[in-house]
Unconditional design. Structure first.
Length: 187
């Protein structure tokens, strides 16, 4: 489907030079990282891939939730990873740069993959989901967070239709249709 296009708007990769907007402290009022991650069911000991971590708005909460587990923050842009690492501080996480349609991980490497507000930025979403199916273990989860406030919002019915052909089954959805977290079990 092509290479990613950087910019603001539907189908574009949010550029790192605008990352300050993504970590604005006022964002916590409508989307608390701790509350969001708690609703995902990530727990101590989990090996988690944060796909499209951006500047790390959710990364510290994810590392805390995984406890003695392992979190890999993954992003297309090196600058986003630098910002995420700075936000995470001394908490342990790995930072990997790459493309969501070519994940550099072995099959069944993760208990969970977390995709927060970025799936719509991937030009070939099917290939991205195929890669998630490859790197998430059987019985693991791919968890998607979507919000109508995001220009790349994916409706739940569209997400289910996209994800299920790749061996995932909708386990649960939390939240209203316009801002939800959907957890898919890898079969």
């Amino acid at each position: 489907m092509g290479e990613p296009t950087f910019g603001i708007g539907r189908g574009k990769v949010f550029p790192a030079h605008r990352a300050k907007a993504l970590v604005n402290p006022l964002r916590r009022i409508v989307q608390s990282p701790a509350r969001t991650i708690a609703r995902m069911g990530v727990g101590p000991g989990h090996t988690v891939l944060e796909l499209g971590c951006g500047p790390g708005y959710f990364t510290p909460a994810l590392v805390t939730a995984a406890g003695d587990g392992r979190v890999v923050a993954f992003d297309l842009q090196a600058e986003m990873l630098r910002l995420a690492k700075a936000r995470t501080g001394p908490r342990p996480a790995a930072y990997v740069q790459g493309d969501a349609v070519r994940l550099p991980f072995a099959p069944s490497s993760f208990d969970a993959a977390v995709v927060i507000l970025m799936l719509g930025e991937v030009p070939d979403r099917g290939r991205c989901i195929e890669e998630l199916a490859r790197v998430v273990r059987i019985g693991g989860r791919s968890i998607f967070c979507e919000s109508r406030r995001d220009s790349d919002f994916t409706r739940i019915a569209e997400l289910v239709a996209l994800v299920e052909p790749y061996g995932f089954a909708l386990e649960r959805r939390v939240g209203p249709r316009f801002e939800y977290i959907a957890s898919f079990l890898r079969r």
